[in-house]
Design a protein around this ligand. Structure first.
Ligand code: CA
Length: 239
């Protein structure tokens, strides 16, 4: 990549070690990194420089990272990937429900990080709808094909015979492939805003879906559980 088409990635992180690692990783991958170690500086950079993606550490010296999400979501859909510490699954789900696009848990590697950024930017460019689905009416990853017109899912060319609700779950994850969907977002999307926010119904359906599409349901390859947060359907970039 060269010249003006390089994507700008704003890194909002106060730990210099992580910040430098991110800067080096992003530069090596062809992005233009912009660094901010405080929330207020970050907010002014977002409005003046319009980054293509934002990497956000939630624990900043001058404000809670959540506040940054709340403030920028009033005027921009720039994708935000939250950099989170371990042991805060509820926080992770909250950040997604409040408008973050994805998260990555410390410690993380360069490959995983770059995959998350690519997916986040691509989803923004295609207005949140999976572009592959928009163009072909299908979503495919490895041997799994979701056919949105026929409302069927195929594994190695064979119809796996999902129930209508199972299909809706897989279809929804396919439209957001590569990104985690929170339980709350899924329940709202599938059964409406007044749906019960009990995850049990999702878990029951998911167990049945996995028996049909996964070779080893205990070690799923296609639909990954993000413990305490939600589910992620793999895309070619997912790690
Ligand atoms: Ca921090």
């Amino acid at each position: 990549m060269k010249g003006d088409i390089r994507n700008k990635v704003l890194v909002i992180e106060d730990d210099p070690g992580i910040s430098n690692f991110l800067k080096a990783t992003l530069s090596a991958a062809g992005y233009v990194p912009i660094l901010a170690s405080q929330g207020n500086i970050a907010l002014s950079i977002i409005s003046s420089q319009c980054p293509d993606c934002i990497l956000l550490d939630l624990g900043l010296p001058d404000m809670d990272g959540m506040e940054i999400i709340d403030r920028i979501r009033t005027w921009t859909q720039t994708p935000v990937v939250v950099i989170s510490a371990r042991s805060t699954e509820e926080d992770k789900a909250n950040t997604l429900d409040r408008g973050a696009d994805d998260y990555i848990t410390k410690p993380f590697g360069a490959i995983e990080l770059l995959a998350r950024i690519r997916t986040a930017i691509r989803h923004t460019l295609t207005m949140a709808e999976n572009s592959q689905v928009g163009i072909t009416g299908t979503y495919q990853v490895d041997d799994l094909v979701i056919d949105y017109r026929k409302m069927r899912v195929y594994l190695k060319g064979e119809d796996v015979h999902l129930t209508p609700n199972e299909f809706r779950i897989v279809a929804l994850l396919g439209k957001h492939a590569g990104r985690v969907m929170t339980y709350k977002a899924m329940l709202r999307e599938l059964w409406g805003p007044s749906a019960s926010m009990d995850n049990k119904i999702l878990r029951v359906h998911m167990a049945s879906i996995r028996r049909k599409i996964e070779q080893d349901p205990a070690e799923p390859r296609y639909i990954i559980t993000e413990v305490g947060v939600g589910y992620r359907l793999r895309d070619d970039d997912s790690t």
